[in-house]
Design a protein around this ligand. Structure first.
Ligand code: PGA
Length: 261
């Protein structure tokens, strides 16, 4: 089965409106079309509307970095999935390790968000990944399994067909220390195996699994060459339109190579 690759830019807390618009203009420069690759940009909430408008007429999708689970209500400072849908978002990142770690988001909270994202016909990019200490203790698979099963509780095989998982080892995020392609493949394969047990082979095979953590133009191709790695979630290197375009180009080259007889 060929899964459509998804390369997503996670800008985190970066870029003013003017900077976000300048990025889109440079990124969508004439001639940028990557066959077989889907691209999404996740700007901060403040720039979602402007980036959405700037992307009109292109095939690049709009993504949000987070959501609340409620449709509306007394949740000061929060943004609901209904609002994201209204803004034209296609994807929503859920359970990013920075939110788990710095803002104390629990597996249960992430589970509620994931369900809400599905309810609103948005596509979740569910992030899972182990810390350096967990890896050292040999607990990587146990952590991945716990995070995945907690989040996916009650998700149907039909919903699973739309799901995107991002394997993001915490020790690789923003550190310049990328997981080896073999490590990324091993984790992605493990995650797919768990989903196979949950929903059967067909549904598990349709889930796209991204790798994230210090992805750069010079390591994107190798990572994308792995059979279970279907995309990349890019932080730091996605802030520069030229570097991000090079990553997308590398992903397209890896896909083309994989398809060649
Ligand atoms: P990074 O971030 O590419 O800067 O390591 C990735 C992420 O947090 O999604």
């Amino acid at each position: 089965m060929t899964r459509r690759a998804l390369i997503a830019a996670n800008w985190k807390m970066h870029k003013t409106l003017a900077e976000a618009e300048a990025f889109v203009k440079a990124f969508l420069a004439p001639g940028c079309d990557w066959p077989g690759i889907e691209v999404a940009l996740a700007p901060p909430f403040t720039a979602l509307a402007a980036v959405g408008a700037a992307l009109q007429g292109s095939r690049v999708k709009l993504a949000a970095q987070d959501t609340h689970f409620a449709e509306e209500g007394a949740y000061t400072g929060e943004i609901s999935p209904r609002m994201l849908q209204d803004l034209g978002c296609t994807y929503v990142i859920v359970g990013h390790s920075e939110r788990r770690r710095l803002l104390g988001e629990s597996d249960e909270f992430i589970h509620k968000k994931l369900r809400a994202v599905f309810t609103h016909e948005l596509i979740p990019i569910l992030c899972v990944g182990e810390t350096q200490d967990e890896r050292r203790m040999g607990a990587t698979e146990r952590i991945l399994e716990r995070q995945l099963l907690a989040a996916l509780n009650g998700v149907t095989p039909e919903q699973a067909a739309r799901l995107v998982i991002a394997y993001e080892p915490v020790w690789a995020i923003g550190t310049g220390q990328t997981a080896s392609p073999e490590d990324a493949e091993r984790a992605a394969h493990f995650l797919r195996k768990i989903m196979q047990e949950l929903w059967g082979t067909q549904a598990a095979e349709s889930v796209r699994i991204q790798y994230g953590g210090s992805v750069r133009p010079d390591n994107a191709l190798e990572l994308m060459a792995q059979p279970n790695v279907d995309g990349l979630l890019v932080g730091g290197a996605s802030l520069d339109p030229i570097a991000f375009a090079e990553i997308v180009k590398a992903a397209a080259a890896a896909r083309k190579h994989a398809r060649a007889p």
